[in-house]
Design a binder for this molecule. Structure first.
Ligand code: ADP
Length: 441
């Protein structure tokens, strides 16, 4: 339970770390993009306003009078506000606007004030455009009364000592609306991206942590099983030792036999644990030698033959008739693999069963040797087959079997893999299991 809470916390933490950092990057990128996009929008709008003003100025230079209809058309087309000023007083320039109302007058005054203050600061030759008789200057201003922003331009026309002015104002409201739309759209996209990132990170880190969690659970289960397995022989040893103190010579021999037997069991378990612990580090070394594979099989057969006879199990050995090439492997380790497989076969095969140890060349000779251990035992379920080579795994049915710690096949797997070989399991069509070890020559 503690482990589960710890992994939950780690899962949450990794998700926050993973999604948090990518979210921060996404938001920073979005803000930078928005800043650049908005600046270029302002710039291009101002440039297009300047172009319009230049076009209007050029037309004014060529004609002797100002057409009201033409100005009204420009005003309607571009959403501009245009004032014609005569001797400092604005008057209507088209038929649509019948009188200068209060708001328009205020807007005109505010714009003119900004223009004049700007001209006071700037030297006359820095006016944006100057021709003989006609010049204009562009500026930007925000109306103090309405807080609306505008680009403005005042065109001065000197003609026969009389001065007329045309003021063109370009409201920035439409641009602000499209910027607001753009920002809302980005906010929504960012929200969707952040949600997707959190979901993805949760699933991704969950998958990442799952093997670690399973491994830790397996280790904890193993520790519990190992300590249980060690405690049993240890209690027997201590109890036998107690009894030895007051026992007769004859009884003492029996007790010391028990102590030796239980001690050996403990020794086996500890050796298995050490072998696996070493296989996780560089200390798991294979000492290869050129050996005869049939000799290894023969030795294994001879070692298990008495045990099989005791259990009434028929053990047979099958060797190829052709002479075999020598195998470059660690004979002690390969013998250990054969011993694990045969020991399991004997353990999980009932009386009157059969076990066959067979050595042959692989179908493709270059792929090396194949050693199979076939039994007619209880067989292995499909689910167990997926896990039996995992460390600490024991099928439920074998948990009570003394001397089995769920490490044998994991050790066999490590040894065969270290030889660049392969170990697999399949069902025996006659019932039971077939373990196949492939070893390169
Ligand atoms: P154990 O020490 O428990 O036998 P192993 O790693 O050698 O551990 O085997 C893992 C599990 O695989 C065993 O607990 C057993 O359930 C199953 N198993 C291994 N060999 C056989 C077999 N020949 N027949 C049936 N089940 C087997």
């Amino acid at each position: 339970m503690k482990g589960f809470i710890m992994f939950r916390k780690a899962h949450l933490l990794f998700t926050l770390l993973c999604a948090g950092s990518t979210t921060a990057i996404t938001i920073i990128m979005s803000l930078l993009y928005l800043q650049v996009a908005e600046k270029s929008l302002y710039d291009s709008r101002f440039r297009s306003f300047q172009n319009d003003v230049s076009t209007i100025t050029a037309s004014l230079e060529q004609s002797t009078y100002v057409s009201m209809q033409w100005l009204a058309k420009i005003e309607a087309q571009n959403g501009y506000v245009i004032f014609i000023v005569d001797n400092g007083v604005p008057f209507l320039h088209n038929t649509l606007r019948s009188k200068i109302d209060y708001d328009s007058q205020l807007l005109f005054d505010e714009s003119l004030a900004t223009h004049n203050s700007m001209l006071q600061i700037e030297a006359p030759d820095t006016r944006s455009n100057s021709y003989s008789g006609i010049w204009h200057a562009e500026y930007e201003f925000t109306s103090p009364s309405t807080s609306d922003s505008y680009y403005g331009s005042l065109i001065h026309i000197e003609h026969n000592a009389a001065l007329s002015q045309i003021m063109i104002l370009c409201p920035q409201t439409t641009m602000h609306t499209s910027i607001l739309h753009q920002r809302t759209l980005f906010l929504l996209i960012d929200l969707a991206a952040v949600t997707a990132l959190f979901i993805f990170s949760w699933i991704f880190t969950g998958r990442l942590l799952k093997p670690l969690q399973e491994n830790q659970e397996n280790q904890m289960q193993f520790m519990a099983a190992a300590s249980h397995e060690l405690r049993t022989p240890l209690s027997v040893i201590l109890a036998s030792h107690e009894c030895c103190l007051s026992a007769s010579d004859e009884e003492r021999a029996g007790f010391s036999h028990t102590i030796r037997k239980e001690g050996r069991r403990m020794n086996n378990l500890i050796n298995d644990m050490l072998t696996l612990a070493r296989s996780g580090t560089s200390r798991f070394l294979i000492e290869r030698r050129s050996v005869e594979p049939d000799t290894l099989c023969l030795n294994a057969y001879e070692a298990f033959e008495p045990l099989c006879r005791q259990k009434n199990i028929a053990l047979s050995l099958s060797l190829p008739e052709v002479p075999l090439a020598r195998c470059n492997c660690d004979p002690d380790r390969i013998s250990q693999v054969l011993s694990i497989l045969l020991h399991n076969a004997v353990s999980y095969t009932p009386e009157n069963g059969k076990i066959e140890l067979k050595l042959s060349y692989h179908k493709d000779r270059r792929a090396g040797f194949e050693i199979t251990v076939t039994d007619t035992g209880i067989g292995i379920s499909a689910e167990d087959k997926r896990h039996i080579f995992d460390r600490f795994y024991r099928a439920e049915k074998s948990r009570s079997t003394k001397g089995h710690f769920g490490l044998g096949l994991a050790i066999a797997h490590e040894i065969v893999t270290a030889h660049h070989g392969k170990i697999t399991v399949q069902d025996n069509p006659k019932g039971g299991s077939v373990f196949v070890v492939r070893l390169p020559e």
